[in-house]
Write a protein that binds this ligand. Structure first.
Ligand code: BJ8
Length: 385
């Protein structure tokens, strides 16, 4: 983990220096908030894509001076970061890519555009349908043109193919790491697993992929020796819900401090990012764009309707990771994930799996209350066993 701990310690230092060097060499940096931003297309134009800061509480008061308070903390956090200019990734971005997922984000991108050029992708809300895919294809084409305009580089078939390979390799490495966490005992803590997923949006892609694979080689050995971070009978939990952007480690650190073992995150900072690869069925530029279309249409974000794919994914993951319970994690005022929790709870009940719903923000004021609730949840799981 030394490499990843080092990256986090230097997340506002060396990585920013690297981005500055790229920019002085004429390359463009594109910031994004959502895994619907098609990285493959940005990289094919020789741009670098980075995730923007959206997981800290300290920027929220600045945002609340402008935005309504009853808005999701993730949105307030990123808007505050741009107002107070404290996110160096924002400050290093030539363009920000937004998307029409939830209403809060969609409207705040209009305000963000007053502060930094913001390009908004229109995401179909029924992405799994033929119409949805056709619509998204047009958006991908438009995004390709936008990236070519920004960088001055033409996106050729060869370039796009290479970029798909680059990002597929990153997703494969993350999936490999995730699969290792399915072992009992899990060879790595949930907090470390989350940290690596978070870093995947900030670090240099090739270097990051190599380091994740190196770590997996080490973890393979730990698994062979039966070594784990938590005891073999620690309750294995899934976290499912809203994404946890850096430095949001609240629920993981609380849950693991009271003896739980978090083994999987059904989240965009987790399985939703790396489960599917872009798998072209042909060699032309159009074939490659359709393959990107296909992959992104499978992301089961709660903003979409209906979203049965997510329920199926949670069911499948609960079996693969042999979980004893699920913490359903939502950010305050996130209607999509809050409402979808009803269906998730029903599906888990049908499997006789307990679920604890935690709705919170980035402040630490409710930490003790969350701790008590998780402890009580672990006792319920213990009794069931
Ligand atoms: S694909 S989950 S990364 S939109 S900002 S929806 S928490 S109210 S982040 Fe997301 Fe893309 Fe979907 Fe994934 Fe709720 Fe807040 Fe909206 Fe949020």
């Amino acid at each position: 983990m030394d490499y990843f701990d080092f990256v986090v310690s230097e997340v506002h230092g060396l990585r920013i220096e690297e981005l500055a060097k790229l920019r002085s060499a004429g390359k463009k940096v594109v910031g994004a908030f959502c895994i619907y931003a098609p990285e493959e297309i940005a990289y094919a134009a020789d741009a670098t894509m980075v995730g923007l800061c959206a997981g800290a509480d300290f920027s929220v008061p600045d945002a609340e001076a402008v935005l309504p308070r009853n808005l999701c903390p993730l949105i307030k956090s990123f808007y505050g970061f741009k107002i107070n200019r404290t996110c160096p990734y924002f400050q290093s971005s030539d363009l920000v890519v937004g998307e029409t997922t939830c209403d809060g984000k969609k409207k705040v991108y209009e305000l963000l555009n007053e502060l930094v050029p913001t390009y908004v992708l229109e995401v179909p809300h029924k992405p799994d349908t033929a119409q949805g895919k056709a619509f998204w294809f047009k958006e991908l084409e438009a995004f390709k043109t936008e990236m070519e305009k920004l960088t001055g580089n033409e996106i050729t078939t060869k370039k796009l193919k290479e970029a798909i390979g680059l990002i597929n390799n990153k997703r494969r490495a993350l999936k490999r790491l995730s699969d290792l966490r399915a072992k009992s005992p899990s060879p790595i803590s949930g907090l470390d697993g989350l940290l690596i997923d978070q870093i995947s949006f900030m670090d240099d892609v090739k270097r990051f992929t190599a380091k994740v694979n190196e770590l997996c080689d080490e973890l393979d050995q730990r698994v062979r020796k039966g070594e784990g971070v938590a005891s073999k009978d620690a309750s294995r939990l899934m976290i499912s819900g809203c994404p946890m952007a850096v430095p949001n480690w609240k629920v993981h650190s609380i849950a693991e401090s009271v003896g739980a073992s978090i083994v999987v995150e059904e989240s965009c900072v987790g399985t939703r990012y790396f489960t599917d690869l872009v798998e072209p069925k042909g060699e032309s530029l159009n074939d490659l764009l359709w393959a990107i279309d296909e992959k992104y249409s499978k992301i089961p974000c709660a903003c979409f309707t209906p979203n049965q794919r997510r329920i199926e994914s949670i069911t499948q993951l609960s079996k693969q990771f042999n979980v004893d319970g699920v913490i359903y994690y939502t950010l305050q005022n996130c209607h999509d994930y809050n409402v979808e929790g009803v269906k998730v709870e029903r599906a888990l009940k049908a499997q006789d799996l307990p679920m604890l719903k935690i709705e919170t923000d980035y402040a630490m004021g409710d930490s003790e209350q969350i701790k008590t609730r998780i402890q009580a949840f672990l006792e319920i799981i213990e009794e069931k066993r």
